[in-house]
Design a protein around this ligand. Structure first.
Ligand SMILES: Cc1cc2nc3c(=O)[nH]c(=O)nc-3n(C[C@H](O)[C@H](O)[C@H](O)COP(=O)(O)OP(=O)(O)OC[C@H]3O[C@@H](n4cnc5c(N)ncnc54)[C@H](O)[C@@H]3O)c2cc1C
Length: 582
């Protein structure tokens, strides 16, 4: 499934549109803009080809800290990450064609209809659920099973193939049954309502990863001569003529050069990359830019602010007898390898990590708007003796071996509560004005106390699910009850103990969003307007996960694709191109 297109031809000096970043959103934008035959479109991507191993869904965790990852770290955290080395974590972001969709876990969840209705209510006309549903459907080629109730929510024939999971562990199936035993329905979370338990749908085609680049960019680069895709091109600055964005500067193979955009620059560098590039280019909070001697093009206080993620508690472990959950020997078993290659079936088609999700509201809140996502992860950090998990997740070695020593190598699962709408806000700021230095990524997890109490409710839910007969009786699931070092001062299993546990073990689910938020002029932190045009300057839009004013209640890739599909139509409308596709 490798690229067969030759990207090596010369970059011209001018294009109509320049797209920065060939990730999830940039891939969509490239195809949709290049559909207009008279437009010349350049896409610049810092990374290279999508790694061949990315096509094997079960190899997803091997992509962390690979060449296809920017290899970022967060800043040390004060309210969280006490179980992690330097109180910080590795913070993966895709640096390859397809961006994070080429290294992610492939889970397809759109979010809740109330997320989008809320975006509109915040002053963003056109972003309510009914308006964005059209774009979710336009992008999708759903190949899973649907019912009469869910059919009208799915798309057919769009570029992004979505499949039901082809292979599941026994404990993942038992997780869904446990939900039923607790009185929850089994749902398609992308159907009419989200509350309930489900197995994941995945962005695969015929059992192999189907990244945004596979869906949009590769076909476009082959079929559309007016689209020019350049890899290994690191954009270092957006060029302005006063307050008008006129092009970009980029580096490729050690050489710097500039290229002009006659119409617009579209920033799709992701929720870390887009605010970083704006700050480097003089668009951001003026006081912060002065600190780094960057001339201010426009004082936009919200750039890099409002960082949101879904904090996830990853340390609630149950062990099970061998054969009920996932273990890495499944990947090396020749029968499974054969089955993957020849039949597109078996464990290699299944991303390692989350297999199922539950969506649960809070007692006081909207009963249809989940407060928590509970991920069933068929694997534990203890299972690999720390060989990969310590490195990838960033645990402190001593803490890891202290907590997991009794269950090292054993099969099991974790139930991981994610907070869907955390109140804590982090930020992206400059460490320096050198574009090669990573920005400071401060997720500021758990700085708001309500986030901790919500996650305590999540832990209680997880414990109930783990104790349901489907898991405890039918699979002999046994909770790893060892009290956590560092929390011995609290009585085990009181709320205070769980709070301590959460401040140690809650971490990122890599769903970074909100750092160039969309909002009305009255919102002091709004970076782009509802047509995703940058406030205060012309010729520049941001189109990626950073424009979400509030992160969606679910994994963020599908919503990012939707944002780009819609943004392409907004842009076309602004340039007088009739919209015929919906
Ligand atoms: C490990 C991991 C697992 C995840 N799992 C899931 C999941 O299972 N399901 C889900 O829905 N979501 C998941 N996500 C989140 C999801 O993949 C992202 O929200 C989504 O891909 C974001 O899309 P984007 O277009 O905003 O950014 P990206 O896809 O990250 O794209 C940004 C692109 O811009 C490029 N770029 C950045 N800076 C520059 C520059 N200066 N010059 C040139 N190019 C540049 C990058 O290399 C990249 O290709 C996961 C994310 C990660 C990291």
């Amino acid at each position: 499934a490798n690229y067969d297109h030759d990207y090596r031809y010369q970059v011209a000096s001018q294009y109509d549109f320049i797209i920065v970043g060939g990730g999830t959103a940039g891939s969509v934008m490239a195809e949709r803009l290049a559909e207009v035959e008279g437009w010349r479109v350049l896409l610049l991507e810092a990374g290279g080809e999508q790694p061949p191993e990315s096509y094997v869904p079960a190899f997803n965790t091997f992509l962390f800290q690979s060449d296809a990852d920017w290899n970022f770290y967060t800043t040390p955290q004060t309210h969280s990450l006490r179980f992690f080395k330097n109180n910080a974590i590795p913070y993966p972001r895709g640096r390859t064609i397809g961006g994070s969709s080429s290294i992610n876990s492939m889970i397809y969840v759109r979010g809740n209809r109330r997320d989008f209705d809320n975006w509109e209510a915040l002053g963003n006309p056109g972003w309510n659920y009914d308006s964005v549903l059209k774009y979710f459907k336009k992008s999708e080629d759903y190949r899973g099973v649907y019912t009469t109730k869910t059919a009208k929510y799915h798309g057919k024939g769009g570029p992004l193939t979505v499949e039901n999971k082809r292979w599941s562990t026994p404990v993942a199936k038992a997780f869904v049954k446990a939900g039923q035993q607790l009185g929850y329905p089994v749902v398609d979370p992308n159907g009419p309502e989200q509350i309930g338990f489900s197995m994941i749908d995945v962005t695969l085609r015929n059992g192999r990863r189907w990244s945004a680049a596979d869906a949009y960019l590769r076909p476009a680069s082959q079929a559309r001569p007016n689209l020019h895709v350049v890899l290994n091109a690191h954009v270092t600055h957006i060029l302005f003529d006063e307050k008008n964005a006129v092009g970009v500067r980029f580096e490729k193979e050690g050489k710097e050069r500039s290229v002009l955009a006659n119409r617009e620059v579209v920033l799709s560098a992701g929720a870390v990359g887009s605010p970083h590039l704006l700050l480097l280019s003089g668009v951001g909070p003026a006081a912060h830019l002065y600190q780094h001697n960057i001339p201010v093009v426009e004082d936009v206080p919200g750039v890099g602010q409002n960082l949101q993620d879904h904090p996830v508690v990853g340390g609630l472990v149950w062990t099970v007898p061998r054969g009920s959950s996932f273990n890495t020997t499944l990947l090396a078993n020749p029968k499974n390898v054969y089955n993957f290659i020849h039949n597109a079936e078996g464990p290699l088609t299944s991303p390692v990590g989350t297999e199922g999700n539950a969506w649960v509201p809070s007692a006081e809140g909207d009963p249809n708007w989940p407060e928590l996502q509970l991920a069933m992860v068929s694997g534990t950090p203890a299972q690999d003796f720390g060989l990969l998990s310590v490195q990838v997740l960033g645990y402190k070695k001593e803490e890891y071996y202290d907590h997991f020593q009794d269950i090292l190598g054993q099969e099991g699962f974790i139930l991981a509560p994610l907070l869907t709408r955390a109140l804590s806000r982090g930020d992206i700021t400059l460490a320096s004005s050198n574009p090669h230095h990573q920005p400071l990524i401060n997720p500021n997890f758990l700085s708001h106390p309500d986030d901790v109490s919500a996650l305590v409710r999540g832990i209680k839910l997880a414990l109930k699910v783990g104790e349901a007969p489907a898991l405890r009786v039918e699979h002999s699931a046994k909770y790893h009850s060892k009290p956590l070092r560092g929390c011995e001062h609290e009585t085990a299993y009181t709320d205070a103990y769980w709070e301590c546990f959460i401040r140690h073990l809650a971490s990122s689910s890599y769903h970074t969003a909100g750092t160039c938020k969309m909002g009305p002029a009255s919102d002091p932190l709004a970076v782009v307007d509802h047509r995703l045009r940058l406030r205060g300057v012309s010729g520049l839009r941001v189109v990626d996960a950073s424009v979400m004013p509030l992160v969606v209640s679910g994994n963020t890739n599908a919503a990012t694709i939707m944002i780009a599909e819609k943004a392409a139509d907004l842009l076309k409308e602004d340039w007088g191109i009739p919209i015929t596709s919906l």
